[in-house]
Design a protein around this ligand. Structure first.
Ligand SMILES: Nc1ncnc2c1ncn2[C@@H]1O[C@H](COP(=O)(O)OP(=O)(O)OP(=O)(O)O)[C@@H](O)[C@H]1O
Ligand SMILES: [Mg+2]
Length: 458
């Protein structure tokens, strides 16, 4: 670490103690505050990663109400802050209460400076790790903003998305419900030259057949009963931007024909209108239905399929994306701890095992909902399998608590897999990316039983 002093904040109403602590902890940059409001003000400006908080603050110096209230606000402002509460002997209950609210640790008064220094250093280390992890998780979005992925299949899909984004071709995205079809479509749009223009989505399943045509192509005033004013359809709204036809498999045959006509002519006519209007849109579509089967049975037009499917992108179900469930769970945890302003909670070992073992019939949407709910429901610092409403893995299975060596090996394997996916299996590039030598990389690959399938040879 560099020589810069780490910043901590001491909140203590007793002037003597305050000064004493400040001296004893001179190896840190110590900020001090004598009451809750001052502490919060200072905290807001300086964002110290560690706060030492006396629970007995005015106006309640003999109780803990003001200290606990300050703690809550503080953790809402910055959930990763490590707050160490100071408590006298009779205040143990309050100290435990504080830990329940998300305080990192407590120490009994009077403070032993050596012990305190240790606790603070440990807290700083943990804070830095968590922050790094958070950044990793939140930043693991490559150029596809908001799309979290680490499994090789998904990373390769992200690369495809980057490639097709810039070309003005139609992409058909398939995948089970909740796999992320819409978010992928948005990413393709965001990466395209049309990003500054609109992304207009229409859900073909949600609109009754008789309204869908007007919804797509618009209508003139008086075109049909109830058409009291001229309305611009989604296709026209998307002019110069991207049109996203969601649940395209649910589009009735009559409209499939009209959509095909538009795709061939690139012009529309509003219902009841007389002129043809030229529209320039990029078309993306998505479905969880089996279009091949639908074509066989005649419920989806083959000619339309080929227009929409210039490039096919299939999103695998979450159960086939090893590693993604836990990464996504951490991502949603970070997201919702910000959204709900909750102190961060860690996943317990049984939660991690349950996340990894669940089959995710509802895919990412199911996972997001479970984590979101757990963030609201779980009390205490941890999220357990039960909070996620998942069955905890079998009793007494000690193998669930992985050893550090296993964790390291797994992290290495994941990083290597990722690097190889990013570099198209180029070992030199991957070793550079990972900051290790080629022999080291080969060693890790060998240990992890990772074999390269070169695309040009397979
Ligand atoms: N890789 C991902 N990274 C981050 N969030 C994701 C990812 N995949 C999906 N999500 C989130 O999961 C939820 C479901 O995703 P989305 O709506 O894109 O799925 P879908 O395949 O269109 O589902 P459906 O078939 O039910 O319409 C959304 O809230 C989305 O933001
Ligand atoms: Mg969708």
């Amino acid at each position: 670490m560099n020589d810069e002093k780490r910043r901590i904040l001491i909140v203590e109403d007793d002037l003597g103690l305050r000064t004493q602590l400040k001296w004893a902890l001179a190896e840190f940059e110590v900020l001090v505050a004598e009451d809750g409001p001052k502490a919060l003000q200072l905290f807001e400006r300086k964002r110290p990663p560690v706060v030492i908080l006396d629970l007995g603050l005015p106006p309640d110096p003999n109780g803990a109400s003001e200290g606990l209230a300050t703690l809550e606000v503080l953790l809402k402002m910055a959930p990763l802050t490590k707050v160490i509460v100071a408590s006298g002997n009779e205040e143990r209950v309050n100290a435990l209460k504080a830990v329940g609210l998300g305080a990192y640790d407590f120490y009994p008064k009077p403070a032993d400076p050596d012990v305190m220094r240790l606790i603070i250093k440990r807290a700083l280390t943990l804070h830095d790790l968590e922050e790094e992890n958070e950044q990793l998780v939140l930043g693991r979005t490559s150029s596809l903003a908001g799309l979290v992925a680490s499994s090789p299949k998904m990373l390769s899909l992200c690369r495809t998305a980057e490639r097709v984004a810039t070309a003005n071709i139609a992409v058909l995205i398939t995948g089970e419900s909740g796999t992320g079809k819409e978010i992928l479509a948005r990413s393709v749009h965001d990466l395209s030259a049309r990003a500054a223009q609109g992304f207009v989505a229409i859900n073909c399943a949600a609109i009754p057949e008789n309204l869908l045509e007007s919804e797509l192509f618009g209508h003139e005033k008086g075109a049909f009963t109830g058409a009291v004013k001229q309305t611009i359809g989604k296709v026209e709204q998307a002019h110069l931007g991207t049109l996203f036809l969601d649940e395209i498999g649910d589009m009735p045959l009559s409209l499939q024909a009209k959509l095909l006509r538009f795709l061939q002519s690139r012009t529309i006519e509003r219902i009841g209108g007389r002129k043809e209007i030229e529209v320039d849109v990029r078309v993306l579509s998505a479905t969880n239905r089996d279009l091949a089967a639908m074509m066989r049975e005649g419920s989806f037009r083959e000619d339309l399929f080929y227009r929409l499917n210039e490039v096919a992108m299939h999103i695998p179900p979450l159960r086939d994306r090893p590693g993604d469930a836990i990464l996504l769970a951490r991502y949603f945890r970070a997201k919702y701890s910000k959204d709900f302003q909750r102190a961060p909670k860690t996943f317990t070992a049984d939660a991690l095992a349950a996340l990894a073992g669940h089959s995710w019939p509802g895919n990412v949407r199911e996972l997001e909902n479970r984590v979101k709910r757990a963030m609201l429901m779980a009390d205490g610092k941890g999220i357990a399998a039960g909070d996620l409403d998942l069955d905890p893995p079998g009793d007494g299975d000690t193998s669930l608590m992985p050893t550090l060596r296993q964790i390291r090996a797994q992290a290495e394997t994941e990083a290597v897999t990722r690097a190889l996916a990013i570099t198209d299996n180029n070992v030199s590039d991957a070793s550079q990316l990972l900051g290790v030598s080629r022999p080291t990389l080969y060693e890790i690959m060998h240990a992890a039983n990772l074999h390269i399938k070169r695309r040009d040879r397979s």
